[in-house]
Write a protein that binds this ligand. Structure first.
Ligand SMILES: [Zn+2]
Length: 251
């Protein structure tokens, strides 16, 4: 089985050579490495040089990671290197973050950063990897207005009634090992057609059932849960989700 890990914070993992080795042993043929700030943007480009064709670098500013950043510098870096990356991400909105719950100005700033990064993706014909915690409606509307045609709403746990519009627009959703326990995520992958679903880990997010932080090799666990929910052989689900990832990210 060949899998594509479509959302990993690879720069946050230690022992990357070992992590990559285990990913390859688990059948992972490529990793989309998402960035959250200037440092991880730089790291991702370095990792892509070290593992050409295997680590696909995404560049982005995460909606909760810019409060202590010089956003202008990071934005300029992303624009400068957009031609060398495989996607724009992780970008988006996060209305649960306490700073934006308390301040209208910070919420508007979060939105404007998201919109600018959507435009960078559109201008450079890159897919966007979108985080939208507590902000599913706004994240979708802004992506439709300003973003590229190609995007994934990562770890989709938003309302089920938003899914038809998201799918009609040609966007994808992705799922993680949280399929084991997340009612919202299970419902989303039950409703969405397999042709629009990607697998990922969001590693190193801690996984309860593993009692440890995740890593890209664990995308095989995501796949097993997805195959079980879809009632299909894992091989078929692997083939479909890998094809989806190749289409979305032009691999
Ligand atoms: Zn993430």
């Amino acid at each position: 089985m060949e899998l594509v890990e479509t959302h990993a914070h690879l720069a946050d993992l230690s022992d990357i050579p070992l992590v990559i080795g285990r990913a390859k042993a688990a059948g992972v043929k490529a990793i989309i490495a998402v960035a959250v700030n200037l440092e991880t943007c730089r790291r991702n480009l370095g990792l892509a040089d070290e593992y050409p064709g295997y680590v696909i670098p995404a560049l982005g500013i995460h909606p909760t990671e810019w409060f202590n950043e010089d956003v202008g510098t990071t934005m300029a870096f992303i624009r400068e290197h957009a031609g060398s990356c495989g996607a724009v991400g992780e970008i988006g909105l996060d209305y649960w973050r306490k700073e934006v719950r308390k301040s209208r100005d910070l919420l508007e700033r979060q939105k404007s950063i998201y919109v600018e990064l959507l435009q960078v993706a559109r201008e450079n014909d890159l897919a966007a990897s979108i985080h939208s915690r507590g902000a599913w409606r706004d994240a979708l509307t802004l992506a439709e207005e300003h973003g590229p045609d190609r995007a994934v709403f990562h770890w989709y746990s938003g309302p089920a009634d938003l899914l038809p519009e998201l799918l009609d627009h040609g966007y994808y959703i992705s799922c993680t090992p949280a399929l084991e326990y997340s009612r919202e995520l299970r419902e989303a992958v039950t409703r969405a057609p397999l042709e629009r679903i990607l697998v990922e880990t969001d590693s190193p997010v801690y996984v309860r059932s593993l009692a440890r932080p995740s890593e890209p090799a664990d995308v095989a666990i995501t796949l097993m849960h997805l195959a079980e929910i879809k009632g299909l052989p894992p091989e078929d689900v692997a083939e479909a989700t890998t094809r989806n990832a190749e289409t979305l990210f032009s691999l």
